[in-house]
Write a protein that binds this ligand. Structure first.
Ligand code: AMP
Ligand code: MG
Length: 252
């Protein structure tokens, strides 16, 4: 994270980013159609980030061109009910999409090495083993046909303050404001430390982390759409072979 400037826009201006984003969304729609048609592999997109980091906005703006039939968004909250009566990966595994589908995780199993670590919800002897367990889980998914890609939306403390102020001042955003988020802000440094450890320990070939400079929402959307596009292109998706010699089929 030390190498990433949350305000970075890689020299791209807002207008050309919008044009590029629009092209990416068109292409993503085609790639999703291929994934759906092929129905042999899946994709999990993990979104993590500090409060007000832009997880909801990314889903709204980058996934908007996808066919809802092929997408499932899961938001992971404080575990409750059956979730509490299972291991921490159970609810995540249940949310892994079937082949042909894209699963978008708004928060994920990484909360179990982030909020859980920062607040000491379980002792270090428990959470420190989870990095290896998560790597094993993600490798198993990858070996079974589900690609996992992970985005850390990275804003700085000043940008979070700006967004919190907006939530207080803008009547249409009041509902997003939570006093609990202000409390979490006091743990900023501990979160950064937990993010660093997560990136260090869980950046793997089969399930890479991408740190996205996210102070500028338009750049964040462009970066996420471009990576998603590149990832799906790299899967070399193909239509399945037709079931029979279609030209021989005759009907009235
Ligand atoms: P939000 O994303 O704003 O709806 O908030 C969801 C809340 O659930 C956040 O404060 C997360 O940190 C919390 N959360 C998600 N997963 C876990 C978990 N495994 N253990 C504890 N808290 C969690
Ligand atoms: Mg929140």
């Amino acid at each position: 994270m030390a190498d990433v400037d949350p305000s970075d826009t890689h020299g791209i201006d807002k207008a050309s980013a919008a044009a590029h984003l629009s092209k990416n969304l068109d292409r993503l729609s085609v790639l999703q159609y291929l994934l759906y048609a092929e129905a042999r592999r899946g994709l999990v997109v993990v979104l993590q980030g500090i409060d007000a980091g832009g997880k909801d906005g990314t889903i709204q703006h980058v996934m908007s061109g996808l066919n809802p039939q092929g997408v499932r968004v899961t938001s992971f909250k404080v575990p409750e009910g059956a979730e509490k009566r299972h291991d921490y990966l159970w609810r995540v595994h249940c949310a892994v999409p079937e082949f042909g589908q894209i699963g978008i995780f708004n928060r994920s199993h990484y909360e179990d090495v982030l909020v859980v670590r920062v607040h000491g919800i379980v002792p270090k002897s428990v959470w420190s083993k989870r990095y290896a367990q998560i790597n094993d889980f993600e490798r198993m998914l990858s070996d079974s046909g589900t690609r996992v890609i992970k985005f850390l939306l990275y804003i700085d403390k000043e940008e979070q303050a700006r967004r919190f102020h907006e939530r207080i001042e803008d009547k249409t955003k009041n509902w997003k404001f939570s006093a609990a988020d202000l409390k979490e802000r006091e743990y900023w440094d501990q979160y950064i430390e937990a993010y660093q450890d997560m990136l260090r320990q869980c950046s793997t070939k089969c399930a890479p982390w991408y740190v996205i400079p996210a102070n500028r929402k338009w750049f964040r959307n462009l970066a996420v759409s471009q990576i998603l596009r590149d990832e799906l292109e790299a899967m070399s998706l193909k239509f399945p072979k037709p079931i029979a010699e279609l030209s021989e089929i005759k009907f009235e």
